[in-house]
Design a binder for this molecule. Structure first.
Ligand SMILES: [Cu+2]
Length: 408
């Protein structure tokens, strides 16, 4: 039997095997498609195993392609032919493609994701933070684009060609000076701006005619407790030793400032009035985060921190500005504090002073009758009417007190 015949026989048998495999697979596939229900891929796309397998498959594919190319190169070498693939050109072209695709990616990020950023800052200091952010973004974008064009274009145009030798150029003092001094100046400006902005936010001289409204926010896993100061405008002190089942925040009611404090389910702020948040934590670190006002500060157990700012846009105005009737300001937790961290939020509303005055009178006092007994405080005597009616009277009297206080 001639060599040619053997080869053709082997080729034929291999071809037959491939055909059989392909035919049986396609028959099975057709059967499966006819009988089985479509598979719900949703949970599969969410599993880690799927992506691990996908990654391994990709590695295998690359390894096979690499081996095949190696075999191709070795065959040419044994036949005494020149190298089949010019890898320098391949690498150079890949660099050029990466530059174009990468720059398009940058453009896409700025236009598509850029549309999704927060609306304009709803606080006085927020505008300054945004200016700083934008300036940093503009400078870094220019530097990023220029350096990447230079980096990848050089790799493409000056790829090894065999008829050119690299020029030995180890040092240039002028270049060293330029790329040391220019970034140093730019960074000094940015850092100084940050430092001065930070100081203007945290070191404020209090205006006696426009004193901030104090609100205490206590974080715990996984909720925010909000306390308004009541008629006297002062949030009373608390003491962790006084925490009990009915006094969850440990408020010290032996101090008169605590007696009129109120609890609230949401944060309501009067527009254009400074507000001073008193922040503490009961268990772990949380982070008090109100993105629309550009406010964020950690709440730390055993330590009190403060954030003072002035909201400038009411919720209703923001609904118009964002063209979103369901818009709401939010308080979120920005510290990964446990399993329900993602859901740790409170609604925030910015309203006119008149709306705020009306809302605050309706908030429940923290001091309940049970707490009065614990702290040996006089319990208001309910008139001889049904319990429900007595309750309403009690609330109304607080409301009146608050109104009087606010008028003062
Ligand atoms: Cu938290």
């Amino acid at each position: 039997m001639s060599l040619r015949k053997i080869i053709s026989n082997k080729t034929m048998s291999a071809f037959a095997v491939i055909l059989t495999v392909f035919a049986s697979t396609s028959v099975f596939a057709q059967e499966a498609a006819a009988t089985a229900k479509p598979i719900d891929m949703g949970p599969i796309y969410k599993s880690t195993l799927f992506y691990v397998l996908l990654f391994l498959l990709l590695c295998l594919f690359i390894a096979i392609v690499g081996k095949a190319l190696r075999v191709y190169e070795l065959t040419r070498e044994t036949q005494g032919k020149p190298e089949g693939i010019n890898w320098d050109t391949v690498n150079g072209v890949l660099f050029a493609i990466f530059l174009v695709v990468g720059l398009y990616g940058v453009y896409w990020e700025y236009t598509v994701h850029g549309e999704m950023i927060l609306p304009e800052a709803a606080s006085e200091h927020g505008k300054r933070i945004d200016e700083m952010f934008n300036l940093t973004l503009i400078i870094t974008t220019i530097v990023f684009i220029l350096t990447h064009i230079v980096l990848f274009a050089f790799a493409y145009f000056y790829k090894s060609s065999g008829n050119r030798k690299a020029y030995y150029y180890p040092h240039n003092n002028s270049l060293e000076r330029i790329w040391t001094i220019v970034p140093a100046l730019v960074l000094t400006v940015l850092v100084l701006m940050g430092f001065l902005t930070w100081r203007s936010i945290f070191y404020k001289i209090e205006d006696p005619n426009n004193k901030p409204l104090s609100i205490e926010v206590t974080s715990s896993q996984f909720q925010w407790d909000i306390r308004y100061p009541g008629a006297d405008g002062v949030v009373g002190l608390k003491n962790y030793k006084k925490i009990t089942a009915i006094n969850a925040l440990g408020i010290d009611f032996s101090k008169k400032e605590s007696l009129d404090d109120q609890v609230a389910d949401e944060i309501v702020l009067p527009v254009n009035k400074p507000v001073r948040f008193i922040l503490t934590s009961k268990d772990v670190l949380h982070s008090f985060y109100m993105p629309h006002f550009r406010v964020q500060l950690n709440t730390v157990p055993g330590m009190t921190s403060y954030f003072e700012f002035t909201p400038t846009i009411t919720t209703d105005e923001m609904k118009v500005k964002t063209n979103d009737p369901s818009f709401n300001y939010l308080l979120l937790c920005a510290k990964i504090c446990g399993s329900n961290h993602y859901n740790m939020q409170k609604p925030v509303r910015v309203v006119s002073q008149a709306e705020y005055d009306e809302w605050v009178t309706k908030q429940t006092p923290y001091l309940t009758d049970d707490l009065r007994k614990v702290f040996n405080l006089p319990v208001p005597v309910a008139p001889a009417t049904p319990a429900k009616a007595a309750d309403t009277t009690a609330k109304d009297s607080t409301a009146i007190t608050n109104q009087i206080a606010l008028k003062k």
